[in-house]
Design a protein around this ligand. Structure first.
Ligand SMILES: *Cc1c(COP(=O)(O)O)cnc(C)c1O
Length: 398
C-alpha cells in the first residue's frame, strides 16, 4: 500500500482502539425530529435545529424564490461580484435583531470566527479564552498569532487574573517607544455548545470595559433560542457595556447555513477589508441567505415566542427527570458518562431503541469526559420526551 494510506490507516486504527473513531451517518430523509439514518427511522435528539425551522416549508419556499432570482450560487467573493441584495437584506435584519449598527454575513460560523479574530488581533496582542471555547474560536485565536491565555470554564476569578496579567503586559509594552498599543481580546460563548451552560457575560463585560479589552462572544447556540445573551429567555436583545464583537451561525436555530458578525458599522467596514475567510471565499448561496432571513422573521414574531416557550418548557421537563444528574439549564443537555467506550455503548443502545442521541468524545470534550448530548427542539412532542427519558432510565442515566 502507498505510504500515505498506510500511515493514515495506522492512525485511524489507533483512534479505533481508543474508542475515538468517527464516521458520518448517511441520513436519507428528514422531517423535523424524525429522520431515516443508516436506513433506520429514528427520533432525533442530535440536531441544533432548536426551533424546528430547518425543514419548515416557508424557509424552503424563500430559498427557491431567491434561487430563481439570483441563481444557485453567488459566483464570486462578496468583494468581487457576489454581494447580492439578499445578503444585504439579511445583514440589516441580523443587525436589527441583535440590536447592533451592522452585521456581516460569512459562509459559515466557523468562517466568521477564523476570519474575524485574526483580523482584529495579531502577534503583539493577547487573546484570553474560556477553556471550553469552540474549536473555531481556538483556531481563530491561533491563526492570529496572538499570545493565548486560557481561563477555567466560566471561572470569573481566573478570568480576572488573566485579564490583570494581560493589562500588565500591555503596560510593559507601552514603555517601548513607537510601538502600537497591545490589544486584549476576550473570547467566550454565550451558551456553551457541549455543556449547555451560560457564560457570566455581564460580569465579564463589566471587567472588559475599564480594562479597555474587547469582547468576542460566540452566540451560535443562543441565537434564536435566548433573546438576550442567554441571560434571559425573553425580552429584547441587550447591549454589553464594553466593546463587543458578536458572532453567530445561521445553521442552528435559524435552520439554514452561514455565519455572521454583528457589531458597529466601523467593525463591519473593517472586516470587509481584513477578514480573509470572507475576502477570499465565494459568498454564501443566495438561497441560504433567503432562508435565514425568513427564519429570522419567524424568530422575531409571536410564533417565534411561542416556539421558544415550548422549547423552554421541555427543558424544564427533561431537567426534572435528570435532576439526579444536575438537571439542565438550556436545550443542550449533557448527560455525563465519563469513559469513551461507555458513552458509545449507551448511544448505540439508544439507537437500537430508535432514539438518536450522539455520544460526544475527545477531542470535542476533554478525555474521560465523554457524554451523551441531548439537544431539544420546539418540534419535539411530549411523547418524544417520555421516550427519551425512559431510554436514558434504562441505561441507568437518569
Ligand atoms: C456550530 C458552532 C460554530 C460554527 O458554526 P457553523 O455555522 O456551523 O460553521 C461556532 N461556534 C459554536 C459554539 C458552534 O457550536
Amino acid at each position: 500500500m502507498a505510504s500515505l494510506d498506510q500511515t493514515l490507516m495506522e492512525r485511524l486504527d489507533r483512534l479505533r482502539d481508543q474508542g475515538l473513531l468517527r464516521r458520518v451517518r448517511p441520513v436519507s430523509s428528514v422531517s423535523k425530529t424524525r429522520l431515516v439514518a443508516d436506513g433506520s427511522p429514528v427520533l432525533s435528539f442530535a440536531s441544533n435545529d432548536y426551533l424546528g425551522l430547518a425543514s419548515d416549508p416557508r424557509l424552503a419556499e424563500s430559498a427557491m424564490v431567491a434561487m430563481k432570482k439570483f441563481g444557485a450560487g453567488a459566483s464570486a467573493s462578496r468583494l468581487i461580484s457576489g454581494s447580492v441584495a439578499i445578503h444585504q437584506d439579511l445583514e440589516s435584519a441580523l443587525a436589527d435583531y441583535k440590536g447592533t449598527e451592522a452585521a456581516l454575513v460569512f459562509s459559515s460560523g466557523h468562517a466568521a470566527a477564523v476570519g474575524a479574530i485574526p483580523a482584529l488581533v495579531g502577534s503583539r496582542d493577547i487573546v484570553i479564552l474560556d477553556h471550553l471555547a469552540h474549536a473555531c474560536l481556538i483556531d481563530g485565536a491561533r491563526l492570529s498569532g496572538a499570545r493565548l491565555r486560557v481561563f477555567a470554564h466560566n471561572d470569573l476569578h481566573q478570568f480576572r487574573q488573566r485579564l490583570a496579567w494581560a493589562c500588565a503586559e500591555r503596560e510593559k509594552a507601552a514603555a517601548a517607544p513607537d510601538q502600537e498599543k497591545v490589544r486584549i481580546l476576550v473570547v467566550t460563548e454565550s451558551l456553551f455548545s457541549m455543556d449547555g451552560d451560560f457564560a457570566p457575560l455581564r460580569e465579564i463585560a463589566e471587567d472588559c470595559a475599564p480594562a479597555g479589552a474587547w469582547l468576542f462572544v460566540d452566540e451560535a447556540h443562543s441565537t434564536g433560542v435566548c433573546d438576550s445573551f442567554g441571560e434571559e429567555q425573553s425580552g429584547p436583545p441587550g447591549k454589553l457595556p464594553c466593546d463587543a464583537i458578536r458572532m453567530g451561525t445561521l445553521g442552528k436555530a435559524l435552520g439554514s447555513v452561514g455565519g455572521f458578525i454583528a457589531g458597529s458599522k466601523v467593525l463591519a467596514d473593517y472586516l470587509v477589508n481584513h477578514a480573509r475567510s470572507m475576502l477570499f471565499s465565494t459568498a454564501p448561496a443566495p438561497s441560504a441567505s433567503a432562508a435565514a432571513l425568513r427564519a429570522l422573521q419567524i424568530v422575531q414574531s409571536s410564533e417565534g415566542q411561542m416556539l421558544r416557550r415550548n422549547l423552554w418548557s421541555m427543558v424544564g421537563k427533561v431537567s426534572s427527570a435528570l435532576s439526579g444528574r444536575g438537571g439542565a439549564s438550556s436545550p443542550i443537555i449533557p448527560v455525563a458518562v465519563g469513559e469513551e467506550g461507555r458513552a458509545m455503548d449507551a448511544a448505540s443502545r439508544l439507537w437500537e431503541s430508535g432514539i438518536w442521541v450522539p455520544a460526544i468524545r475527545y477531542p470535542t470534550v476533554p478525555r474521560g469526559k465523554a457524554r451523551l448530548r441531548v439537544s431539544l427542539s420546539a418540534a419535539h412532542e411530549g411523547a418524544d420526551l417520555d421516550k427519551l427519558i425512559e431510554g436514558l432510565r434504562l441505561q441507568g442515566l437518569t
